[in-house]
Design a protein around this ligand. Structure first.
Ligand SMILES: Cc1cc2nc3c(=O)[nH]c(=O)nc-3n(C[C@H](O)[C@H](O)[C@H](O)COP(=O)(O)OP(=O)(O)OC[C@H]3O[C@@H](n4cnc5c(N)ncnc54)[C@H](O)[C@@H]3O)c2cc1C
Length: 395
């Protein structure tokens, strides 16, 4: 058993570190690097961010693990992992839904036409996507979705509502699951579509969350979608959606974000005082940090298992659930621990002159709740594990 990175992997990691150090010297660096940002989803739609993604693309770092025939480099998923984790640790934009979710699903199931249309733009870093799964009556039980797609000449007409469509207010394309056959059993009769967010009949309205992250409700009023915008086979969308959600669980939730938080916690312990003495001397502080570090190592190992599964050409499913559950739980635990330890100024919000660490932990405390819900709630991850990993019968 060898947990060490190879020489090539270490050299690539160092190259990314150097690239990021150079990027930090750019004038617009403050718009690209936001170490206080909790998640990639909080990104603003700035030209600096888009330019940064294009520079990643120019280096061939978007879609490294994709097959060569689709413009990738056929490299082991480990390289994508190293890149994404470095980006997360630096508070930079991640490689994104296009590379990690949409592209991978199109490669497996999309038509040649869709691949030709979307894969080059994803690799060039010039296209943003929003995911349209959740609805008012379909969240954890996603197969209950009811956004209706009816046959029309040359395509489909869509009516209904999505909610929690993060990025829909600035993305170019919308990856939407709709019901094409209402009479079929609920896991059948679902079709996946790619729709431009500028399509007539689409209305995007802001939903504000407790973590300050913007997400959106999207209303469909007789939106026309041509036949060639169907991903894979009509009525077979459930299969592609569940696969794409497995990809999402490890594309979006990184261990790098937790590592940078651990560094903050250690910096606090080295400089703060507790009851008039250095925090690092307090046995409770030492024990608590040691526990967080142990959890962090477990999270890192679970992430590597996911990458290992993906590298073998399999879709990480139970691994991705364990990983998402562990990462998001630890994220919450870190914020909770800091709120318990740091005294009253830690609960003041950013902008208050007395706020500790510019309100970082107060915000983290609110934001990390969202992560345990988005991408499939923690309870659902546990259900998946009970069924798929442990083989416990479902009633
Ligand atoms: C910040 C944020 C961003 C999001 N972004 C997107 C996005 O971009 N695209 C998108 O489509 N969706 C998105 N979502 C939606 C997200 O996937 C859903 O919120 C999630 O799947 C839960 O669905 P729900 O909100 O309808 O809650 P419900 O399904 O109503 O669940 C409510 C509670 O009951 C629990 N529960 C439900 N069923 C079971 C069960 N069988 N066993 C045990 N417990 C259960 C849940 O865990 C949860 O705690 C986002 C959500 C958030 C918070």
């Amino acid at each position: 058993m060898d947990f060490a990175f190879s020489d090539e992997e270490r050299a690539f990691d160092a190259e990314v570190a150097q690239f990021l150090a150079d990027e930090h010297t750019r004038e617009e660096a403050a718009e690209v690097f936001a170490p206080h940002r909790e998640a990639d989803a909080q990104l603003a739609d700035t030209s600096a961010r888009k330019a940064f993604l294009r520079r990643l693309a120019e280096r061939g770092w978007l879609g490294m693990s994709w097959p060569r025939e689709y413009g990738g480099a056929d490299q082991a998923g480990m390289y994508e992992y190293l890149l994404n984790e470095r980006l997360a640790r630096a508070g930079a934009p991640l490689i994104g839904k296009g590379v990690g979710i949409i592209g991978k699903t199109l490669i497996r199931h999309g038509s040649e036409e869709l691949r030709r249309r979307f894969l080059p733009a994803i690799l060039a870093g010039t296209i943003d996507f929003a995911l349209g799964y959740s609805e008012p009556d379909a969240g954890s039980d996603l197969a209950s979705l009811s956004l209706r797609a009816r046959r029309a000449p040359g395509g489909w007409r869509l009516d209904g509502q999505k909610r929690f469509s993060t990025s829909a207010h600035f993305a170019d394309w919308y990856w939407v699951a709709a019901r094409t056959d209402p009479d079929a059993p609920k896991h059948e009769g679902i079709t996946l579509f790619l729709i431009p967010l500028s399509a007539p009949g689409l209305t995007v309205l802001e939903q504000k969350t407790m973590g300050d992250e913007r997400t959106n409700e999207v209303f469909f009023d007789d939106v026309f979608v041509p036949d060639d915008a169907v991903v894979g086979e009509v009525d077979n969308g459930w299969r592609y959606v569940t696969e794409a959600i497995d990809y999402e669980r490890f594309t979006i939730y990184t261990v790098g974000m937790l590592e940078s938080k651990m560094e903050r916690i250690l910096a606090w312990a080295r400089t703060a005082t507790v009851h008039g003495r250095p925090a690092y001397e307090d046995p409770a502080v030492r024990a608590g940090i040691a526990e967080l570090a142990t959890d962090l190592e477990a999270a890192r190992m679970l992430t590597l298992r996911v990458i290992d599964t993906a590298s073998r050409g399999e879709v990480p499913s139970t691994e991705a659930s364990m990983c998402k559950l562990t990462l998001t739980r630890l994220h919450q635990k870190m914020a909770d621990w800091m709120l318990d330890r740091c005294g009253p100024t830690v609960v003041l919000r950013s902008g208050d002159p007395g706020a500790q660490d510019h309100g970082f932990w107060e915000h983290s405390y609110r934001f990390t709740v969202l992560e345990t819900i988005g991408g499939g709630a923690s309870e659902i991850q546990k259900n998946i594990l009970a069924r798929r990993a442990l083989g416990l019968p479902v009633r």
